[in-house]
Design a protein around this ligand. Structure first.
Ligand code: S3P
Length: 190
């Protein structure tokens, strides 16, 4: 497992969380960047599920899509996330499609605190345009694809425990908002 470790053992898990924190939201919402900073802030390990999938498969996400197809990617994504969710509390950044899967959503509901990083389409578009490697956006019209994904996926993301507007604010402010709201979920019932 390629967890990014934060801080010394005696300074860990400053909020006393008993569950993982799982970041969900569309491509470009900032799940990995925010997740990494959040993990540092609350002294938990950070894992990016896409990085974990790529490591398990021994090839990049675009290669998994191209060589094996999306269905195989989704299966790997589910297996990796179910495994991570059965481990100790950590911060997990998911890929944009993960929370659409009913089994993953159910496991997150039972075993984690979910945070939806919600961003408007212009912010998403601007951010995804910086890195042109996402298989689902290898289409002519990225705005149209993102707009469709917003329609399809927002109802699922809306099931998250905490919803944070990640569109306008600086990363620090988004992390601060999450840290402020997490303690209410420390005793989250199963
Ligand atoms: C996907 C999002 C990607 C990655 C894969 C599929 C999706 O992750 O998991 O390309 O279905 O939205 P990011 O959300 O981190 O870009």
């Amino acid at each position: 497992m390629s967890a990014e470790h934060s801080t010394l053992p005696e300074n860990r898990n400053v909020l006393g969380l008993k569950r993982a924190v799982v970041l969900v939201g569309l491509m470009g919402a900032g799940k990995s960047t925010i997740g990494r900073r959040l993990a540092r802030e609350i002294a938990l390990d950070f894992i990016d599920s896409d990085a974990e999938i790529a490591q398990a498969a021994g090839c990049s996400i675009p290669d998994i899509f191209e060589v094996h197809g999306e269905a195989i990617f989704r299966d790997l994504e589910k297996r990796v996330l179910l495994r991570l969710l059965s481990g100790p509390p950590m911060v997990i950044a998911t890929g944009g499609g993960a929370f659409v899967n009913a089994e993953i959503r159910q496991a997150v509901r039972l075993k984690a605190i979910s945070v939806w990083l919600k961003a408007d389409i212009d912010t998403l578009l601007e951010r995804v345009s910086r890195r042109d490697t996402r298989p689902l956006l290898q289409t002519g019209d990225k705005r149209a694809t993102l707009s469709r994904l917003i329609d399809e996926r927002h109802p699922f993301y809306a099931e998250a425990n905490i919803v944070i507007d990640s569109g306008d604010g600086a990363h620090e402010s988004v992390v601060r908002q999450i840290v402020t709201r997490l303690p209410a979920w420390v005793e989250k019932p199963a």
